[in-house]
Design a protein around this ligand. Structure first.
Ligand SMILES: *Cc1c(COP(=O)(O)O)cnc(C)c1O
Length: 350
């Protein structure tokens, strides 16, 4: 397909900065940790990290998930805090410690590996210990917590690590369960403090709980979706938060009453989106079928090859956002954007 016909994800830096400011205002005095996993939810780490550190109210804390993404963030952000919470290989731990990336630690054997590496490198590792508050994924079980804290404090006294944070992840299934998780979280922090710890970063909440449940915020909120303008599926619109990305594809062929547009399943568009409405120069039109590299759309009179359409996102044609498409097929907006492959050109504009 020639370059003009390549589908594009048009991203607005201005809207991204507006979302960051809206989130920062909402959660203050808690601090924003901008979550950037999956290449900044498909939007691209590099421009987003550099825009965030350059914001009027600069973002100075980033969540990279894995060490690879965290290193990319570090390149763009100089002295900002960068947090990597994936269980990492020894090579990755070494790379992270060498550039001061802070590590999330949710298991005692991982703690041991981090301590060994910091001893080997003679670099004090800054770590955030994860308490399992009920999700049973990764995290130190409450019954193991006192023993792990004792080990961690011994390593801290030896100068090998510094426990700078405590964190967990909420299920967000019900307020009652989240309240219970928050109680578990606070008692874990109490145990650490009683053992002599002085964590500065206490973080439990992501987008939705950070926004709607102020009493659950700690000193830091890890937020991705809302910063990229992705609201919760089946959740309300968020005042001050707008989608930052629009997926545009051009008409590549006329097919009788219908047209083919140049984006398809191989670009990451779920084929289950058939039936969804997209924006066209002729108004809103229905997706009939999604094929490998193209999508069949109900035509409009005078449709011409090369005309742009908007599959989702802001545009003059006033249609859907990624979350609305996601809701159609029972998923979340993040999924729609992060699935888009490298075959979709990212264009960062104002
Ligand atoms: C992705 C992620 C977040 C951010 O969640 P959003 O709902 O996108 O704000 C926070 N914490 C962890 C551990 C995550 O993996």
């Amino acid at each position: 397909m020639d370059a003009l016909m390549t589908p594009t994800l048009e991203i607005s830096r201005t809207r991204f900065l507006q979302n960051l400011a809206a989130v920062q205002d909402r959660i203050a005095p808690a601090q924003l940790m901008l979550a950037m996993k999956d290449d900044a939810y498909g939007h691209g780490v590099e421009w987003a990290a550099s825009a965030a550190v350059g914001a009027a109210q600069p973002v100075d804390s980033f969540g990279g998930y894995d060490v690879h993404t965290s290193l990319r963030i570090r390149e763009q952000t100089g002295r900002a805090t960068v947090f990597a919470w994936a269980d990492s290989s020894d090579d990755e731990i070494e790379q992270a410690l060498a550039v001061g990336i802070e590590l999330g630690v949710g298991a005692s054997d991982y703690l041991r590996r981090v301590i060994e590496m910091s001893g080997r490198l003679r670099i004090t590792a800054r770590i955030h210990l994860k308490i399992d508050t009920g999700l049973h994924r990764n995290g130190i079980r409450p019954e193991d917590w006192p023993r792990v804290i004792a080990d961690a404090m011994a390593a801290q006294r030896a100068g090998l690590i510094e426990v700078v944070g405590v964190w967990s992840h909420l299920a967000e299934a019900s307020d009652a369960e989240d309240d219970e998780a928050a109680r578990e979280f606070r008692s874990a922090v109490d145990v650490l403090r009683a053992a002599g710890g002085t964590p500065r970063a206490l973080h439990l909440t992501a987008s939705a709980a950070s926004w709607w449940r102020p009493e659950l915020r700690g000193t830091v909120c890890r937020i991705g979706a809302f910063c990229y303008g992705i609201r919760s599926a089946d959740g309300p619109e968020i005042p001050g938060i707008t989608p930052i990305a629009a997926l545009r594809a051009r008409v590549i062929e006329e097919r009788g009453d219908d047209v083919l547009i140049g984006v398809g399943a191989l670009h990451g568009l779920p084929s289950t989106l058939a039936g969804a409405m997209i924006g066209t120069p002729g108004g809103v039109r229905e997706i009939v079928r999604i094929d490998a590299t193209s999508t069949l759309v109900r035509g409009w009179s005078g449709a011409r090859v090369g005309e742009p359409t908007t599959v989702f996102g802001p545009g003059e044609q006033g249609e859907s956002d990624a979350t609305r498409l996601a809701e159609r097929i029972g998923t979340v907006g993040e999924e729609i954007v992060t699935r888009l492959t490298a075959g979709v050109r990212r264009v960062i504009g104002d």
